[in-house]
Design a protein around this ligand. Structure first.
Ligand code: HEC
Length: 158
């Protein structure tokens, strides 16, 4: 009897958990979620290097190399599937801050160029992360590459 109850409770819990997972999956466009997650990983790794560069966090060569390596890897990933047509602010409203201009034919080369700038800046950081001076010298180019794209293709904060 006790065993049976346990099984039933277990099944009920599994159904509930499944329901929550389904509801979660239903909210929001998966491609938008993926690109935001990718951006958050950029921000996390850049934050580690930025903290060291500013002296807020003690420089640690291993951690710096790890963060720089992650940035370089992330920046070299093919992100095409994160940006399907129909997922800009024009179609999805507040769910996204990606401006429609990013999907215009005339923007394609520029978007790619901005993504490439970030990849290059991240590789330069990776080569320089062995010293605090190197991190400090390389961080501006990364911030510039992030900001350069946001300025044109991301809706400003309200
Ligand atoms: C090629 C263009 C481009 C580059 C390069 C880029 N971003 Fe973004 N980023 C965007 C766009 C577009 C959005 C808006 C995405 C959305 O809301 O769907 C965004 C959104 C974000 C967000 C908000 C994510 C969220 O959860 O809503 C963060 C944080 C962010 N970027 C950080 C960075 C950092 C840090 C870098 C550099 C290491 C970077 N980005 C490089 C285009 C770019």
């Amino acid at each position: 009897m006790q065993f049976k109850q346990g099984v039933i409770l277990g099944v009920a819990a599994a159904v509930l958990a499944g329901g929550v997972a389904l509801a979660g999956g239903h909210q929001g466009n998966p491609a938008v979620k993926a690109r935001k997650a990718h951006m958050q990983l950029y921000a996390h790794n850049l934050g580690i290097l930025g903290g060291m560069a500013k002296g807020e966090v003690e420089y640690n060569a291993e951690t710096a190399a790890l963060a720089a390596g992650n940035l370089a890897t992330l920046a070299s990933m093919n992100q095409m599937t994160y940006w399907p047509p129909g997922t800009s602010t024009a179609e999805l409203g507040e769910e996204t801050r990606a401006l429609p201009v990013g999907w215009e034919e005339a923007s394609m080369n520029d978007v790619m160029g901005k993504a490439t700038s970030l990849a290059e800046a991240a590789m330069a950081m990776q080569a320089a992360a062995g010293s605090l001076e190197g991190v400090q010298a390389s961080i501006g180019a990364i911030g510039g590459a992030c900001g350069g794209c946001h300025k044109v293709y991301r809706q400003p904060d309200n």
